[in-house]
Design a protein around this ligand. Structure first.
Ligand code: PGA
Ligand code: ZN
Length: 402
C-alpha cells in the first residue's frame, strides 16, 4: 500500500491536554488515529514527544514532515514492514527522536487502512496479523479512581469491577447498572462526588477496606463479577517503603495487606502491587497469591517484548497489561502479546488516563482474545466509546459468522 497524503493535528484528551491525531490517505481509503497519554508511567516506556509547553507541535511536524517525506512513494505490503521502517527512521531505542506518539499514530492509522483494503473489520485484521483467536474480553471497569488520577484521595489508583458475562452486550449492561448503583451508594455519604481522571468516582475513605466493602456489595448482585485493583505502586513508594493513608508499609507488610484483602473480598486481579524497582516482591506475591488472583504487570514491563521475556524468566507476574503507546507501534504491541502468551500468561489490554475517542484498544482486545480490557469508568464519553465499539465488534463478529 502506498500513502498519498499525511495530515496531523492537535486534539484535546480527557484532561484537556493536547495530543496528536493523524490521518492517512491511500487512494480512495482514509483512516485516522489519535493517541492517549499516561500520567502514572513506567520508567522504560517509549517516549511521547512533548514540546516544552506540553503541546505536540513537534510531534505533528515530525509526522507531516519527516515521516511523510520518507514514506514517499514506498509500497508497504504489511504492517510489520511499515513499523520496522518507522523504527529505523526514528533510530532510537525508545522512539524519543520522532516520538512514540507520532509513530504510533501513523502505525494505527495504517493498520486501519490495511483492514479497509482487505474489507475486514480491524479486530479481524489484528487477529490475522497476530495469528490469535478473537474472543470477548472481560471488562475491567475502573469504578473508583485514586492515586495520581485523583490527587490521592484514595491511595490505590484503581478499584476495578470485573465483569465477564457470556456476551459483551450483557457485560456492558451490567457495568452500567453497577456503576449507577455504586454512584447512588457513594452519594448518600458524599453528595458532591467528584470524578477522577479515568471516568470513575473519586470518593474519600478513612480505611483501605471501605471501597472493597462497597464493591463486594455490588458484586454480590451478579454471578460473573469480581474485584480487581491497580495499585500503581510506583506512585506509593517513598524511600524503601510504601505509603497508603499516611501509614508506611514495608514490601512484606504490603504483601500482608494484599493477602488480607483477597481473603476477605472476591478479588480477581492485582496490577502493579509493587514499584517497578521492587522486583523480588513481584516474584513473592506471584508465588504466594498467583493461584488465587492474577498478578498483572504494567509499569514493570511496559508492553516491551524484552521486559516481558525477562519477567517470565523471573516469574514476576502471571499476566501482562498491554498498552500500545508504551511501546509505540502496532507490530511491537503484537510481539508483546506473543511473548505474554508464550509465557503462558493472560493479557489485559488497556487505555491510558488521558484518553481520546479512538477505539483501537477495543479491536485489539477482541482480536487477540484478551483476558480483559481496561477502558475506564462510565462517566467520560471517551471511555464509553470503547465499550460501544466492543458491542459493535460483537455484532460484526456475529454477522461474519453467519
Ligand atoms: P496511566 O495509568 O495511563 O496514567 O499511566 C494507567 C495505569 O496505570 O494502568
Ligand atoms: Zn497500571
Amino acid at each position: 500500500m502506498r500513502i498519498n497524503s499525511v495530515h496531523a493535528r492537535a486534539i484535546s484528551d480527557t484532561r484537556g491536554r493536547e495530543t496528536i491525531e493523524t490521518t492517512l490517505r491511500a487512494g480512495e481509503l482514509e483512516a485516522t488515529a489519535s493517541i492517549p497519554s499516561g500520567k502514572s508511567t513506567g520508567s522504560k516506556e517509549a517516549k511521547e514527544l512533548r514540546d516544552e509547553d506540553g503541546g505536540v507541535t513537534t510531534a505533528i511536524r515530525n509526522v507531516t514532515g519527516e515521516v511523510a517525506n520518507a514514506l514517499g512513494e514506498r509500497d508497504f505490503s504489511n504492517i510489520e514492514e511499515l513499523d520496522s521502517f518507522l523504527c529505523e527512521l526514528d533510530g532510537t531505542q525508545d522512539k524519543s527522536r520522532l516520538g512514540a506518539n507520532a509513530i504510533l499514530s501513523v502505525s494505527i492509522a495504517m493498520a486501519r487502512l490495511f483492514a479497509q483494503k482487505e474489507n475486514i473489520p480491524l479486530w479481524r485484521f489484528i487477529a490475522n496479523t497476530a495469528k490469535t483467536i478473537p474472543a470477548a474480553p472481560r471488562l475491567f471497569v475502573n469504578v473508583m479512581n485514586g492515586g495520581a488520577h485523583a490527587n490521592f484521595r484514595l491511595p490505590i489508583q484503581e478499584q476495578i469491577l470485573v465483569v465477564g458475562e457470556e456476551t459483551l452486550k450483557e457485560s456492558v449492561t451490567i457495568a452500567h447498572e453497577a456503576f449507577t448503583q455504586l454512584g447512588d451508594m457513594l452519594r448518600t455519604e458524599l453528595p458532591d462526588l467528584p470524578i477522577g481522571d479515568e471516568g470513575g468516582y473519586s470518593p474519600v475513605f478513612d480505611t483501605i477496606e471501605r471501597p472493597f466493602e462497597l464493591l463486594a456489595d455490588i458484586v454480590s448482585k451478579w454471578s460473573n463479577t469480581s474485584i480487581a485493583i491497580d495499585s500503581a505502586a510506583n506512585e506509593l513508594l517513598d524511600g524503601n517503603e510504601y505509603v497508603l493513608l499516611k501509614k508506611r508499609y514495608t514490601s512484606d507488610e504490603l504483601l500482608e495487606l494484599y493477602t488480607h484483602l483477597i481473603e476477605r473480598f472476591p478479588f480477581h486481579a492485582i496490577e502493579d502491587p509493587f514499584a517497578e524497582s521492587d522486583k523480588e516482591s513481584f516474584t513473592k506475591i506471584t508465588e504466594k497469591l498467583g493461584k488465587k488472583v492474577i498478578i498483572i504487570g504494567d509499569d514493570l514491563i511496559v508492553t516491551n517484548p524484552k521486559l516481558i521475556e525477562d519477567a517470565a524468566t523471573h516469574k514476576y507476574i502471571n499476566a501482562a497489561l498491554i498498552k500500545p503507546n508504551q511501546i509505540g507501534t502496532v507490530s511491537e504491541t503484537i510481539d508483546a502479546v506473543h511473548k505474554t502468551y508464550e509465557a503462558g500468561w493472560r493479557t489485559v489490554v488497556s487505555h491510558r488516563s488521558g484518553e481520546t475517542y479512538d477505539t483501537f484498544i477495543a479491536d485489539l482486545a477482541y482480536g487477540i482474545g484478551a483476558h480483559g480490557i481496561k477502558a475506564g469508568g462510565l462517566a467520560q464519553q471517551q471511555r464509553l466509546a470503547k465499550y460501544e465499539r466492543l458491542r459493535a465488534i460483537e455484532r460484526e463478529a456475529t454477522e461474519l459468522s453467519m
